[in-house]
Structures are given as structure tokens and as C-alpha cells.
Design a protein around this ligand. Sequence first.
Ligand code: AMP
Length: 411
Amino acid sequence: MNFSPPKGTDDIFPPASRAWRRALMIWESLAERYGYDLVIGPVFESTEIFARGVGESTEVVQKQMYTFEDKGGRSLTLRPEGTASVVRAYLGSGVQGEVKLAYSGPMFRYERPQAGRRRQFYQTGVEYLATAAPDADAEVIEIGYRFLEEVGFDEVEVALNSIGDGECRPAYLAVLRAYLNDKRGTLCDDSVRTLETNPLRVLDCKVCAPHLTDAPNAVDFLCDACRLHFDAVQVRLGNTGIPFRLEPRLVRGLDYYTRTAFEYIATGFDAAQNAVGGGGRYDGLAETLGGSAVPGVGLAMGIDRILLAAGEDGSDIVPLDLFVVVASPERRETAARFVSDLRRAGVRVDMAPQQRSVKSQFRAADRRKAAGVAIIGDEWDQGRVIVRNLATSTQTEISVEEAAEWAKSNR
Ligand code: AMP
């Protein structure tokens, strides 16, 4: 029996998982502060949700989906991203009007695995639905930036672009197509195939893009409405102190984007996978899925890549407030009850799973980086317990009722 996880997937095991837990807690707190309610959806969807939503000609749909038929003959796909599912859920919910939703969970893409490019990876994201206002774009961009800040990045750049909408994009695409046709001989087979149907994809092709530096840019073809929108996003970002860099080549790999497209680049990290998150506006997605016109904007942050770039190995153990040392076997039930009560009172506390020598229990307290130790001995019969602060080695006797406060005060 081989105990490795499947190719391109990882066991996020302690100590690495500690950094994950911390990042996910930061994310939850941030999403709540910005007013994004949680949405939890299935990890698989009807294949057509992604085929239509993400786009038939994208690399994700063409090559990377985990698609299977279930026992009822339905074609299902493990979600390669979150937005199409969230928009499908919104349309199905019957909810009307603006909604701010946050999600997180594993996504699946059949990629060539490498560091920061996995077949199962974890995204956290938000979707601000049913608003076309540029303020929403700026808010979403800000959340991702603040998340990276709180996780501990100090070198992050927001790359920002506008790729226009149904009004101005056709004219741009015609010019781009003509340009690409001239370059046809230098393009890879995939790009030649998508050139007619979806020329924007060619700009996103890892092989061809470096040779297309003089390609026309969408931002130079924006209609007045798209230009105003783009300007307003930039003004708001400036006001809220989010540093950004205009990146006219940024097109992103999914078809549903309109107008704003952005990416977070961890500039201090020189690996190939330094795009740690990204997103954009997708005003046509709901209609593409067969629903009413619901504009929206969202982002997805890649947790695997963020922690890789942050160099987080999770080796910082979450310290205990208290380790309970049991002096003799007949005190174990009392001690277990004490630990249970302290946990309910919000104390991070633990005890050994079976009776060991007092010395060995003290060693365990050290290993767990406990700030203090409480010794359950004969004093218990008087409602008292001996506590020791392990940093200062000071020892006192306190009443059992004072123990929770004492433990928390050592944090
Ligand atoms: P996307 O859904 O392609 O816009 O990607 C958004 C973010 O998800 C990226 O910036 C990455 O951080 C992360 N991501 C996308 N694909 C992968 C992958 N295969 N492995 C790890 N992280 C990924």
C-alpha cells in the first residue's frame, strides 16, 4: 500500500496546517468585517455550468476538468473554480438585489503539478452580486489586498486592467484577430485553434504571450462607459490606499470577465507561481448560464500559493494557555472535568491522555509551549489549585474559580 496522496494533491498535515488554519481564520474575520455572508455549495456541478460559464475555449475547460458520469448518467465536474457555482446558486435561490457572498474550499484542475500549481488547491473568494458599480470592484480588490497584508505579506502588487465589455470589445477583438493572423506562423497549435473564436485566450497563452509584446491592448479601445468605470475603480483604490499598477496585458484565464480584471502578485517571491490571487467583473456570466442579467465582481485567493510565497511552514505551534498536570491517578476524573470547564470558558488547555509521572507531564507542557501549568493535587479538596507561570517560574495557589482568568492573563 502506498501512503502518498494522489499526484498533484497534498496532505496538509501539522505543522504546515497551522499556518492554514491561521490564514483561514484571518479570511473568515475579514469577510465578515466587509459584510460578506457565507455560501457553501457542492464541490461538483453539472459540467455545463463550467463549460458555459468558464468558457468552452479556455484551457480550464478544454484540458483541466475532472469530469465524470455518475450512476444516473449525468455529466458532473469537480469545480475548477468557485464563481460559476456561486452565480448558479444565486440564480437558483430566487434572491433579488445586491448580495455579498464569501466562499472557500478545494478546487480541482488537472494541471501539470509543480510547487504552487496543484491538482487540488484551496481558494477563498468573495462575489459581490447584482451591482455594476465601480465601488464594488474596488472593495473586492481591497479585501484581497488586506488579506495578504494580514497574512503577513509586505511586498504585494495589484496588477489592474480593463478588458472592456460587449459594447467595445468586439472592435478590439477584430483588431487583435487581425494582428494575431499576421503572427499565425509563430503561434502554438492551441493558439491557432482559438485565434478565431477567442483571440483573448492567445494573450493568456504561456507559450505565445512572450512573443506578442506589441499586440494591441484592450484598454486602448474602451468605450466611454468602460473608461469611466475603470477610472472610478482607480480613484477609489487610490483613496483607500491600495497600491496598484496598470497592466494592459492582463487578460486572465477564464472567459467570463468583463471590464475589470486584476491579479495580486507577490513581488518578493520569484517563483513562477507568484500570482497569489485574482479576479474581476463578470457582468455577462449569469446570462451565459441561462439566468437573468446579474452583474457581479469577485476574487479568488489561492491559499496553497499564498502560504508557499509567505514561506509559512506552520512551525509556530499555537501555544496552550495552560497544561493541567495530574499529581495522582485518582485525581484524573477531577482533572478531566476541570479541563472541560476551562475549555468552555475559552481557555486553550490540555492534559496528558493517560497518567504519567509529574516530570513527564511538565515536559509535555513545555513541548506544547504552554504558558502555565496547573497542578491538581491535595489542595483540590479545599477548592484550590497550584499554578505555575512557566516563563517566570513563579508558583502560587489560587482558587479553582480563578483558574480561567489566571490562565488567560498569561497570554
Ligand atoms: P484563477 O481561479 O485561475 O483565477 O486563480 C486564482 C488563484 O487561485 C491564483 O492566483 C492562484 O493563487 C490559485 N490557483 C489557481 N490554480 C491553481 C493551482 N492549480 N494550484 C494552486 N493554486 C492555484
